[in-house]
Write a protein that binds this ligand. Structure first.
Ligand SMILES: [Fe+2]
Length: 165
């Protein structure tokens, strides 16, 4: 009984039912895991990129991983605002994410292609989560997800443009 009372007292009363808050939080958790995995991959490539485009790619990857680091915080805190627990370990992220880790030591062009593909994948995850947020009339989560789609689609465009001749 103590637990039920505590749950009632601490559950957010924001006009979205518990089941829908849980559903949106689960979708946000997948976007969080994808974003964190892409963050780490982008940082990895910032460190390990080589070749004649080194300076340009080292700087571009830094701009992108810095933005992603801010985004994971925003997504995780939205999950908490919905009254749910935010995943925050490599084990949890590994189970939730659809983004594969890079194999071996990719060349600069392979890094660019992988990051373009994975930014597109995170945008697709955000679009799926947006459907859950809209079904719950959760405009605050939808707002974050629309911003994430805009950013990932812009990142992917910039990366794809580097591969065009
Ligand atoms: Fe650095």
């Amino acid at each position: 009984m103590a637990t039920a009372t505590a749950t009632r007292r601490t559950a957010p009363d924001i006009g979205i039912g518990r089941e829908q808050r849980e559903r949106v939080a689960q979708a946000l958790a997948r976007v969080l895991a994808d974003t964190y995995t892409l963050y780490l991959q982008t940082h990895n490539f910032h460190w390990n990129v080589t070749g004649p485009q080194f300076a340009q790619l080292h700087a571009l990857f830094e701009t992108q991983y810095t933005e992603l680091a801010g985004a994971v915080d925003q997504i995780a805190e939205r999950i908490r605002s919905l009254g749910e627990r935010a995943p925050g370990s490599y084990r949890e992220f590994g189970k939730l994410t659809g983004i594969a880790e890079a194999e071996g030591e990719p060349a600069a062009d392979e890094m660019i292609a992988l990051l373009a593909k994975n930014n597109e994948a995170v945008s697709r995850s955000a679009r799926e989560a947006l459907a859950a947020a809209q079904a719950a009339d959760d405009e605050a989560s939808a707002d974050i997800l629309i911003q994430r789609m805009q950013q990932h689609e812009k990142n992917a465009w910039m990366l794809r443009s580097l591969l065009e001749r």
